[in-house]
Design a protein around this ligand. Sequence first.
Ligand code: UT7
Length: 329
Amino acid sequence: MSQTGVRIAAVGHYAPEGILTNEDLEKVLDTSDEWITTRTGMKRRHVSSEKQATSDLAIAAARIALAKTSLTPADIDCYVVATVTPDYPFPATACIVAAQLGASDKAAFDIEIACSGFIYGLTVASSLIRSGIYKRIMLIGAETLTKIVDRTDRSTAILFGDGAGAVILEAAQSDCFLSSELGSDGSRPELLRVTAGGTRYPLTPAAYEARDQFIHMEGREVFKFAVTKMISATDVALQKAQLQKTDLDWLIPHQANKRIIDAAAKYLDMPEEKVIVNIHEYGNTSAASIPIALSEAVESGRIKSGDIIVFVGFGGGLSWGAVTWRWAA
Ligand code: UT7
């Protein structure tokens, strides 16, 4: 197998039209715009319709990315969807996405590592290209988290939104993938999980009664872990790439809480204008948050060829990861 480089050839994102504002939440929960804004930085989230599943959002984002190239879906060798809200427990959502796009004979698989999904996916997809196995991969982070959120739980109902971001990775002479640092600690899965519906705790009437089909999170614990891991993963990824904090042009973090992002940015000496933040518009879209943020930043012309980016995320598992990347237009 030949060794080659990898670049991101195109990016696209899609968010459903439905909007849920802090004011909407005030009407149904014991919460306030002031609490949500100061504790999270969130103002609005996009919400999928009853008829929209995760693959619908993923396909829309993929089409937008494809439209920025002269490629057809059949030119993509492999489809990867990072999601914690698949259309079905199985088959993989990526198979549905590829087929709907008209590329049903291509390789397709899902990555399920919650909010770290895009970082893990970027590492795996880049490796498949750098090793020469594939020339082009469509990597999509897509979620419909509002369908698995407990609307009666104010500690989580305010946090999550729906959306999808897609990147087309392709073989290139010059390598944009500079390093990756991934990690996990599954010793306390109860900190952030959907408890019922798997083989450990099947969906029984008692599970429904306990509302265990929904996201459960120990927010304070996850917050502490998130800040620590965002910082350490970024540090190690920079070391692996033989880069200094001062070499960084952009930080594109998982959008879980503005306070977590600010703490990480402060440690990295990154001024506000170099940190991509869109949490006010989307809330936390798990595996979709980083590619949506990247897509918006590229679309607005902020990211220029040659810029050094750190993508960093964390989430259920617990899990975390950071990738350093050189942008090439
Ligand atoms: O992407 C996956 C990873 N997820 C995350 O990274 C999320 C990490 N955690 C967080 O972002 C924060 O912990 C939250 C935003 C979830 C919560 O913020 P916090 O500052 O950690 O609040 P807290 O859980 O310590 O709760 C403080 C108070 C509590 O009241 P008491 O016990 O002090 O009387 C909560 O009951 O705030 C209360 N509270 C609320 N009040 C109004 C919790 N949720 C709400 C709410 N509105 N929505």
